[in-house]
Design a protein around this ligand. Sequence first.
Ligand code: SF4
Ligand code: FES
Length: 217
Amino acid sequence: MAIEVVTGKEATIHFDSARCIHSRTCVLSHPDVFVPNVVGAWIHPDAQPVEELIRIGQNCPSGAITVVRNHSDAGATADSNGLPIVNTVRVRENGPLAVEAELLINGQAQANPRATLCRCGQSKSKPFCDGSHVAAGFVATGEPATASFEALAVRNGPLDVQPRPNGPLRVVGNLEVVSGTGRTCNKVGETYLCRCGHSKNKPYCDGSHKAAGFEAA
Ligand code: SF4
Ligand code: FES
């Protein structure tokens, strides 16, 4: 399905259904802007002030929602695709890895700094999550152990996500690993994150993809 673009008086909302992981953050927090279960128009940018729309975009973990101002006002805060101050990957319980950073994926700069990446191995849209973990009954904690780590000298900057053939996500750049409850679990400059679903040391790769026969481009 194509990206839906709805222009209001102050802002334009872009909705990419292929990226949505149905966290329902948008419809639960602002059912006036994203009206669930209706026939016809369901995105209403004029139901909230532009700053609130931008917050909705920033709270969408998958990057499915982007909110852009129609007019650039002096002193205005960034649109929802403004870059974060701290690069993070949030480990979602029984679900994907939610990254927020100045993202490159497969060498391509991403317009939206948020993306949810498959870690169950079942997505048909790898490296992105397509929700397949639900039907697959994927079980994985969102509360990995806290590693021994040191503070990063710089907490943002480019984050290069390189899916390895039949293997993990190699991630190069400043990154803080955060649990589902918001606990900082690790701080790294480079790491390998499991995307086959079989590691015994999730969210990190432990080489189990080989014995599992994991296949992914
Ligand atoms: S992933 Fe984003 S667009 Fe999809 S339900 Fe969650 S907040 Fe809404
Ligand atoms: S990708 Fe899962 S163990 Fe390596």
